[in-house]
Design a binder for this molecule. Sequence first.
Ligand SMILES: *Cc1c(COP(=O)(O)O)cnc(C)c1O
Length: 343
Amino acid sequence: MTVDLRSDTVTRPSPGMRAAMAAAEVGDDVFGEDPTVNALQERAAALLGKEAALFVPSGSMANQIALKIHCQPGDEVVVGAGSHNYAFESGAAGAIAGVQFTLVGRGGLFTAADVEAVFKPSHLHGHAPTRLVCVENTHNSGGGVVWSQEAIAGIAASARDRGLVLHLDGARLMNAAVAQAVSAASLAAQFDTASLCFSKGLGAPVGSVIAGSKALVDRAHRFRKMLGGGMRQAGIVAAAALYALENNVQRLADDHANARFVGGQLATIPGVSVDLAGVQTNIVLADLGPDLPVAATVVEALRARGVLCLPFGSRRLRLVTHLDVDQAACAHAATVIAEVLRR
Ligand SMILES: *Cc1c(COP(=O)(O)O)cnc(C)c1O
């Protein structure tokens, strides 16, 4: 038995999802004529409480488009330390949008005071003027933590006072919505643009959206084309995303329960520490004490036993639950990890 806990991106489309894809009505989306893409964009805009949405190939492209539509080259963007758009997008922000980042906070979370401390109002003293604040909810490298609505409201109020705009990297926004039992629209309400990935815990093979006002989404459309992201009969994959919104949202609660279970089991292993209060959605970060081998060695030993996870720093493992691993698979993985680490 192999249990793959490397990421929620490893999920494969279910038979029901594949049937929906096979049956999808399609057209040329570069002409705006794919009815399934158009339906998904309307659905996603409503879900996120925005006027419009644009289907894009990846969450990285959604983030990069957000930087392009909100910023000029040379502008400064405030992001949480460890943010995806800073750490995991191949330096695209500098290469494509020509912006620079200021990193704030720890573990992905930050406060209005953090934004105020780094805010630069103008270029007159040679500063790169601050233009945009990005929030990642849930925060991936922070271990899937969910933002409090109060913290976001505080940051948004402070940002607006300073004339800044806001982007939400909502790759896993539905995990946050399910964990807090609130609507995705309420979580996106403070932001000018919000993204959402279908290829993570929602279980679709590919695709994300970026949503915002009609004017911003028109600009996004232009930059999607510029980045080579125009897709033709994309209804085939949009159908998978629609299926995911219909069938795979409420069940994210199972992934969260499984992550809490795995985290709780790992926390009982001598030398392993897990911040259980931080296991709020489907990601578990487990720290290996000095008497245990380093993460890369542990990952290899686990792989030999059929349990896959990722090293996340030299002494940290990341395990992600998702719709292709059930409770029994998680229990099996926890047992194997305990056996490997107790030796
Ligand atoms: C996965 C992810 C993305 C986008 O990833 P793609 O692989 O480009 O779809 C963006 N932000 C966060 C927080 C992510 O976890």
